[in-house]
Ligand binder design. Structure first.
Ligand code: CMC
Length: 423
């Protein structure tokens, strides 16, 4: 297959084709407007490739997801989050020497500039931690030089290292406790849990089971090709905006309830169902009712039409961790019941609606003691290497152009302006 033909009002136009390494076919429509004056219209970009990318491959029909070619199941089982950061950002698995160097550098950059602590004082204690995270990430650009070829690697390290400190400090701020500084003898994941849960009166020994759970969560969230927040990062970055500004924009995009904000909403929904007598059938019926604006949060996905491989792994992990810690979580029972009712229902089957990554992740966060309003911040920490990898890939693309979609205008046609005195 080398080209596609479009017939428009009897005229035939030949368009070139790009085929990806996994056989995905893209019809290149860039010349269409020049040739025919027509543009393509695809609201929500459901069938539009916005770039070529070599980072993550997803086959939604077959439930396949791979980072740089490595199946997510293998990465989740065998890798560390720091290794995944390296893989996504630099394209290859590190040697042990490269990993050690990268990991050391990340540890050394974990401290925040002391002046940045003053920002936290200014936020109200009820501020949502996602808002704090995005503004603090944008603020990093006021402390560090712009991202150029010379500063690229260093700014990437700074961002990966400091975001978790910002996240932990925003939590400490919200509960009125003093900030806990990072420790250079701890791993990336343990350091984060230490900053979250230690306090001056009591050290925090990170339970291994929770360290593993956090590693798994971060890895599973690390990239997901052209989703809303990643496309935002690429879109903002395509104008030449700096790394910190582009990632801050991605964090804001992630905060929405249809995207990363869904993990918080899942927990709120389950609490609502529990408070209402745990009647899961009633809520499944509500989700199907087109007159109700209720949706099953944590269900459905634009790309996965079979199952979300991340959700499968997380469901098993949530059951295992809760068993191991002997935690009884009544919300998990409701989630299981909800899934069972929904997956036996034609509405969900016909529309291929399955639990997504956000459905079970919250149970692991809860087991760690992470409050619900921090769930999307946790998603951000995981997604950070993916956003960075995409920003870097976009920046290094020799054919890269500013992202600037077209539209089909549906407003008034030309009309004469009416002065205010005549209206
Ligand atoms: N509950 C009930 N109905 C649903 C749901 C749901 N969760 N999701 C989709 N549908 C229905 C929808 O009403 C539509 O029905 P119809 O064809 O009769 O109009 C059909 O399924 C297709 O849905 P869509 O909204 O056109 O699909 P989309 O690809 O635009 O949206 C989605 C994908 C994830 C935004 C959507 O499934 C949703 O809102 N899910 C709940 C929020 C959620 O869990 N988001 C996290 C997504 S995964 C992680 C991430 O990206 O951050």
């Amino acid at each position: 297959m080398s080209s596609a033909k479009v017939i428009l009002e009897g005229n035939e136009y030949e368009l070139p084709i790009t085929v990806g390494t996994e056989g995905e076919v893209g019809i290149e429509i860039r010349s269409l407007r020049k040739l025919s004056k027509a543009v393509t219209l695809d609201e929500g970009y459901g069938n539009t490739g916005s770039c070529k990318s070599a980072i993550t491959f997803i086959d939604g029909e077959r439930g396949i997801m791979r980072y740089r070619g490595y199946p997510i199941e293998q990465v989740a089982e065998q890798s560390s989050f720091v290794e995944v950061c390296y893989l996504l950002v630099f394209g290859e698995l590190p040697t042990s020497g490269q990993l050690e160097e990268f990991s050391d550098a990340l540890t050394r950059h974990t401290l925040l500039h002391e002046d940045m602590k003053k920002f936290f004082e200014g936020y109200s204690s009820s501020a949502h931690p996602m808002v704090i995270l995005s503004s603090m990430v944008a603020s990093l650009s006021t402390y560090y030089p712009p991202t150029t070829d010379e500063t690229l690697d260093l700014n990437i390290l700074r961002l990966l290292a400091k975001a978790k400190t910002i996240a932990a400090f925003s939590y400490k701020k919200s509960i009125g406790q003093p900030f806990i500084y990072p420790r250079n003898d701890l791993s990336y994941t343990k350091n984060f849990l230490h900053m979250m849960f230690a306090n001056p009166a009591e050290p925090y020994e990170v339970p291994e089971v929770l360290d593993h759970a956090l590693r798994l969560l971060l890895i599973l969230h690390a990239d997901h090709e052209q989703n809303c927040s990643t496309s935002t990062v690429r879109m903002v970055g395509s104008s030449g905006a700096d790394l910190f500004a582009s990632i801050a924009a991605g964090i804001n995009a992630l905060s929405g309830p249809l995207h990363g904000g869904a993990n918080q909403k899942v927990m709120e929904m389950l609490r609502r169902i529990r408070a209402d007598g745990s009647n899961t059938k009633k809520y499944v019926e509500m989700a199907k009712d087109k007159d109700s604006d209720f949706r099953l949060m944590g269900f459905g996905h634009r790309v996965y039409k079979n199952f979300d491989p991340r959700a499968r792994i997380l469901k098993v992990a949530a059951n295992r961790v809760l068993d191991e810690l002997k935690l009884d979580d009544s919300l998990l029972d409701i989630a299981r019941a909800l899934e069972e009712v929904a997956l036996a229902d034609d509405y969900f089957l016909e529309r291929n609606l399955y639990p997504n990554v956000d459905f079970y992740s919250g149970f692991l966060y809860r087991a760690m003691g992470i409050p619900t309003n921090m769930f999307t911040v946790m998603f951000s920490l995981g997604r950070l290497p993916g956003w960075i990898a995409h920003w870097k890939e976009m920046r290094e693309d020799p054919n890269g152009r500013i992202h600037r979609p077209r539209q089909i205008y549906i407003g008034e046609t030309e009309r004469a302006f009416v002065p205010i005195s005549e209206r």
